[in-house]
Design a protein around this ligand. Structure first.
Ligand SMILES: *Cc1c(COP(=O)(O)O)cnc(C)c1O
Length: 379
C-alpha cells in the first residue's frame, strides 16, 4: 500500500474523522435535521470569515463561487478591474469577458501581489469601476497580498472589493467586515479540508445592493434565490448534502482549535518549509513579503525536471504535490500546508522531495531540509 498523502493545494488532505462523516447514509435536505446543520454551518462560516452579513452555499467548486460573484455584482458593459498575479487572477478576467463586462486588467509580475498603493492608484484612474476582483492566496505562485491594507483603500469608495479566497479561507486570516471586503468566494476542498462540492459566497450590504440591482442573466447561480432561501434556512436547489454535513464538522473543528492558533500553526509550517527548501539549495518562488501560510511554491532548476519529480513522488512513493501552472509549468513544485496537513505530513513530504532530488542528481546533504524544518517547528 502506498502512502496516499495529499499535499496538493486543493483538494487537500481530508482528516479521518471527516471521512467517517462523509461516508454516513444521506439524509433529506428539506428536513429540520438538515436545516439545523445549515444554520450551524452558516453561523460557523461567518466566524471564519468574520462577518455578520450573509453567507450563501452553492453546489459547485470554487470557480462556481467566483462566477456567482461576477454574474451577480455587475451587468453587461459595466467597468470592472481584474487583478492578475498568477493563474487564478487570470480567471477573473476570463469570467468578466464571458459576462461581457468592460474589464480593465492589471497585470502584476508573478511572485508578488498588488499593493494597497497600486489598488489606490487603480481606483483613482477608474473611479467608475463597479468592482475590483483579486485573489487572496494566489495558489499558482503561493503569494498573498496585504488584504487589510487593500480593504482600507477600497472601503470608502463606490467600488466593491471581491476576493477569491478559495485556497485562503481557514488558512489566512479574513476579517471581512473590519477590512471592508464586499464578497468572499471560497470552496470546501482547500483550507476547509473536504472534497470539492460546496462553493461559498459571503456578501456585504454593499454587495447585496448590487446583487439586487444587477440586470445580468442568471439562473443556477442567482444569488437573489440564495438570499431568499437563506431567509428560510434553505438552499434554492439540492445542496451537496453530505459535504455540507461534513463541512459543518470541519468548521467546528477549526473553531474548537481556535482559528488564530491554527493560523499561527500554518505560518509555522510555512516557515519550516521555507527553511527546509533553502537548506537544500533551492528557493521559495514567492517574494518574502508576500508568502502565504497555506502553500509554498518551490523554484526548482529545470534541469532537475520538476514535472518528473512530482510524477515520481506521486506514482512511486504515493505522495502527491502539485507542479506549476501557466508560465510556471515545469519550473516549480508546490506543497500545501493548509487544512488538515500537519508538521509530520510536511516532514514526510520534504523527505520524499529530498529522495527524488537526490535521484535527479541535485547536490545537497541528505536530511538537511528536515533538520532545518525541525528547527523551525520546534522553536
Ligand atoms: C482552487 C482555486 C480556485 C477554484 O478552482 P476550482 O477548481 O473551481 O475549485 C480558484 N481560485 C484559487 C486561488 C484556487 O486556489
Amino acid at each position: 500500500m502506498k502512502k496516499g498523502l495529499l499535499l496538493t493545494p486543493g483538494p487537500s488532505k481530508v482528516p479521518v474523522e471527516l471521512c467517517e462523516v462523509l461516508g454516513k447514509p444521506i439524509i433529506h435536505h428539506r428536513t429540520p435535521q438538515f436545516q439545523q446543520i445549515l444554520k450551524e454551518l452558516t453561523e460557523g462560516l461567518k466566524k471564519i470569515i468574520n462577518t455578520s452579513s450573509e453567507v450563501y452555499l452553492l453546489a459547485s467548486s470554487g470557480t462556481g463561487a467566483m462566477e456567482a460573484a461576477v454574474a451577480n455584482l455587475a451587468s453587461p458593459g459595466d467597468k470592472v478591474i481584474t487583478v492578475e498575479y498568477g493563474k487564478f487572477g487570470e480567471r477573473w478576467a476570463s469570467l468578466a469577458k464571458a459576462y461581457k463586462l468592460n474589464a480593465v486588467t492589471l497585470k502584476i509580475e508573478w511572485g508578488r501581489t498588488i499593493t494597497p498603493e497600486e489598488v489606490k492608484a487603480a481606483l483613482v484612474a477608474h473611479p467608475d469601476a463597479k468592482v475590483i476582483f483579486l485573489t487572496q492566496c494566489e495558489t499558482s505562485t503561493s503569494a498573498t497580498p496585504d488584504m487589510a491594507g487593500i480593504g482600507a483603500v477600497v472601503k470608502d469608495t463606490p467600488t466593491a472589493l471581491v476576493v477569491d479566497a478559495v485556497s485562503a479561507l481557514g488558512t489566512e486570516p479574513m476579517k471581512m467586515d473590519e477590512w471592508g471586503v464586499d464578497v468572499v468566494c471560497s470552496g470546501s476542498h482547500k483550507g476547509l479540508m473536504l472534497p470539492p462540492g460546496v462553493g461559498i459566497v459571503a456578501a456585504s450590504a454593499k454587495a447585496i445592493a448590487m446583487i439586487e440591482s444587477s440586470t445580468n442573466i442568471r439562473f443556477y447561480f442567482d444569488l437573489r434565490k440564495s438570499r431568499k432561501a437563506l431567509a428560510d434556512t434553505d438552499t434554492p436547489f439540492t445542496p451537496a448534502i453530505n459535504i455540507i454535513i461534513a463541512l459543518n464538522e470541519a468548521v467546528k473543528m477549526l473553531l474548537a482549535e481556535g482559528l488564530d492558533k491554527k493560523q499561527e500553526y500554518y505560518l509555522k509550517m510555512a516557515k519550516a518549509v521555507w527553511a527546509g527548501v533553502e537548506a537544500i539549495g533551492l528557493s521559495v518562488y514567492a517574494q518574502p513579503k508576500y508568502r502565504s501560510r497555506g502553500l509554498t511554491a518551490i523554484l526548482i532548476p529545470e534541469a532537475l525536471n520538476p514535472k518528473k519529480l512530482v510524477k515520481t513522488m506521486r506514482d512511486v512513493h504515493g505522495i502527491t504535490m502539485a507542479g506549476g501552472q501557466g508560465d510556471l509549468d515545469g519550473k516549480i513544485v508546490r506543497i500545501a500546508h493548509m487544512g488538515a496537513v500537519d508538521e509530520y505530513d510536511i516532514l514526510t513530504g520534504l523527505s520524499c522531495l529530498e529522495k527524488v532530488l537526490k535521484e535527479a542528481g541535485h547536490k545537497f546533504e541528505l536530511g538537511a531540509s528536515l533538520a532545518a524544518a525541525q528547527k523551525v517547528l520546534n522553536s
